[in-house]
Design a protein around this ligand. Structure first.
Ligand SMILES: *[C@@H]1O[C@H](CO)[C@@H](O)[C@H](O)[C@H]1NC(C)=O
Ligand SMILES: *[C@@H]1O[C@H](CO)[C@@H](O)[C@H](O)[C@H]1NC(C)=O
Ligand SMILES: *[C@@H]1O[C@H](CO)[C@@H](O)[C@H](O)[C@H]1NC(C)=O
Ligand SMILES: *[C@@H]1O[C@H](CO)[C@@H](O)[C@H](O)[C@H]1NC(C)=O
Length: 596
């Protein structure tokens, strides 16, 4: 039963449960198209592992394995139909490469193909990022299904981790010349707040010559695994005098983010340098690229750290501490890296009507803007960070060249607000100044019964549709986004005039888009939209107009400098659209008569 195959070196390691009882290591063999997984659990009974699109048992794909008292290993394929014992899959797609048991632990190395063509299995894709696990203290008897009882929350759970994407650390050890700048945060969880955003300004090490940022690691502290939800380090790349302004905040403990208490000066810190979220492992740049960390060597540089603490259990008085190690080097790498943001402009043209299961929002980055902001010979994108809020379900970065669509640069078919990890591209993607990039975000607003959802910073209640592209060599481009043309909004939402069309791009003091007056209607835009009778409208048509109709492009260089005087009109490219290769599993097109 145990094969003679050698066990490869694992590229990913993670703890499954918070107490360190169950750990996993794995590697994706892209030649053989299979994943090798090593499971180690502090039990002499059975261990269970699986993947799921949403962390639930229903629709999940699982394997259970154990070593019996005689040292004989067993493996059994299962699939989840709900929160009860999972039925056995009649087709076992797992191989045991190694198995053993000592006085306290069971260890198994298992292999499974990315795509088994078994309708009871989930294919492993680079969107597979939810692991589920369980274990029992006894070996099952002859009938495992009878013995895999639901054991309550103590020895089962789920965690996030990308299965097939390259590990963000790229298997690289940190080079010897790397220095570490440690920044951190701490808070005391309070029961009246189930969510808590804290923002503070920090100062980068001051140097007389430029340094390159090349990655980071999250260093968990007291209780941060449980309560820390995400941390974003934003670069404050304002003008030098604005930067000096920030010095006064650097010694201050910070403010609750995006509330009236947060100083307006904080809002100039917009370019994300490092993004960590639940389940994240950290980032590493490729060896030939580094991000210039200092706005201007010799002067002070500031960053905004936004930490989101999540306290769903409503615990009280718990101390939470964490650190992030920012890695930098004084030996500059071959290329300066940069990042720019594509997607839907952050303005009131971003509307997700209520009760829509599959609402599409799109934002274009046309060649006009890429030409203004990128080096003539083009760039190589190496990492992509996709971002939406809680309604986001699917995000896709589409890429057009001449009259053809290339394969998408990045896709997340199971977007999950609770797991936002930078995606390292398998292969660096060349983007030429003549290309066109479109970000598409699909939302499910069925939970919003009454009003539409608009652009904003609040994670719950507001939305975004953004992708940050990390690339080299660095150009001046910072933002390349778009939103529906005001004429489209007037037509689909049935009003004829804005009092001030400039308000289209303006923000309120608390960082939300303005809510301009509609003079002929005598109400503000959002109130008008909130009172629309959505059920009486053809929503397919409304969505089509907004997502596929003409849009206005917003093209900014670093420091918020507009690249054009006017905002150019941009449309969805007319091109031969990209289609995925033939399905690898023809049988799935003609499902065999399986009874569950
Ligand atoms: C049993 O295996 C576990 C996991 O590899 C290890 O941590 C532990 O030290 C081992 N116990 C003994 C007694 O060897
Ligand atoms: C995901 O998979 C596709 C197809 O295998 C690949 O082209 C792409 O680079 C992968 N990575 C990301 C981040 O989408
Ligand atoms: C919906 O919008 C209207 C008008 O903008 C507002 O008065 C009302 O409070 C909103 N309802 C909810 C549930 O937010
Ligand atoms: C709604 O609009 C779509 C797309 O424009 C169209 O195909 C469909 O027939 C319309 N439905 C109704 C009920 O008018």
């Amino acid at each position: 039963m145990v094969t003679e195959e050698p066990v490869p070196a694992f590229t990913h390691h993670a703890g499954l449960d918070p107490d360190g009882m169950f750990t996993i290591a794995w590697m994706a063999d892209k030649e053989k198209m299979e994943v090798i997984i090593s499971l180690t659990c502090a039990t002499l009974g059975w261990i269970g592992f699986g993947v799921s699109t949403n962390g639930a048992m229903r629709g999940a794909d699982m394997v259970a394995a154990w070593v019996d008292d005689a040292g004989m290993p067993f493996v059994q394929d299962h699939y989840g139909e709900g929160n009860f014992r999972p039925p056995i899959d009649s087709q076992n797609d797992w191989r045991i490469l190694q198995a053993s048991e000592n006085s306290s632990h069971t260890m198994m190395v298992l292999a499974r193909a990315f795509d088994t063509c078994d309708p009871h299995d989930l294919p492993f894709t680079n969107n597979t990022k939810r692991f589920i696990y369980a274990w029992g203290k006894d070996d099952p008897g002859n009938n495992l299904a009878e013995n895999l009882k639901y054991h309550g929350p103590i020895n089962r759970g789920s965690r996030y981790a990308f299965m097939l994407q390259p590990s963000p650390s790229n298997g690289q050890n940190l080079p010897a010349d790397v220095k570490t700048w440690r920044l951190g945060g701490s808070t005391v969880i309070q029961k009246h707040r189930h969510t808590h955003y804290w923002c503070n300004i920090i100062e980068a090490p001051q140097m007389s010559t430029q340094i390159h940022y090349i990655g980071y690691d999250m260093v968990h502290g007291q209780n941060s695994l449980q309560y820390l939800h995400h941390v974003v380090v934003f670069e404050c790349s304002g003008k030098p005098d604005e930067n000096e302004q920030l010095a006064q905040y650097a010694t201050h403990g910070g403010h609750e983010c995006y509330t009236k208490n947060m100083p307006q000066d904080y809002t100039q810190c917009k370019t994300s340098l490092a993004v960590w979220a639940v389940g994240g492992e950290g980032d590493r740049f490729p060896k030939h690229a580094g991000y210039p960390l200092l706005t201007e060597p010799g002067r002070r540089t500031f960053f905004l750290v936004e930490a989101h603490y999540d306290n769903q259990p409503r615990d009280h008085g718990v101390q939470v501490d964490w650190n992030i190690d920012i890695f930098y080097t004084q030996n500059l790498r071959e290329y300066d890296a940069g990042n720019f943001l594509v997607g839907h402009s952050f303005d009131f043209g971003h509307v997700v009507p209520p009760r829509q299961e599959n609402w599409l929002t799109s934002g274009h980055c046309p060649s006009d803007c890429l030409r203004e902001g990128l080096p003539e010979k083009g760039i190589k994108v190496f990492m992509v960070f996709l971002h939406a809020h809680t309604l986001g379900r699917k995000l896709r970065v589409r890429h057009f060249r001449n009259n053809e669509e290339l394969s998408p640069m990045a896709v997340d078919e199971n977007y999950d607000f609770n797991f936002q990890q930078t995606a390292v591209l398998d292969q660096e993607r060349t983007v030429l100044p003549g290309d066109h990039i479109t970000l598409e975000c699909y939302y499910d607003s069925s939970s919003r019964r009454e009003n539409a959802t608009y652009a904003g910073f609040a994670a719950v209640g507001k939305e975004m549709c953004l992708a940050f592209l990390m690339y080299y060599p660095r150009g001046p481009l910072a933002v390349c986004s778009s939103s529906p043309h005001p004429e489209t909004l007037k037509k689909v939402f049935d009003f004829d005039l804005f009092e001030k069309e400039e308000d289209f791009y303006a923000f309120t003091a608390n960082h939300d888009p303005r809510n301009p007056l509609l003079p002929h209607k005598g109400v503000h835009y959002q109130d008008w939209v909130n009172h629309l009778n959505w059920d009486g409208m053809n929503m397919t048509e409304v969505n089509y107009q907004m997502a596929r109709g003409p849009q206005l492009n917003r093209c900014l260089k670093r420091g918020g400098i507009p690249a054009h005087e006017r905002k150019p009109v941009v449309s969805f490219p007319t091109a031969k659209y990209y289609t995925d290769k033939e399905a690898k599993c023809p049988s799935l097109l003609h499902p065999k008569g399986t009874s569950g």
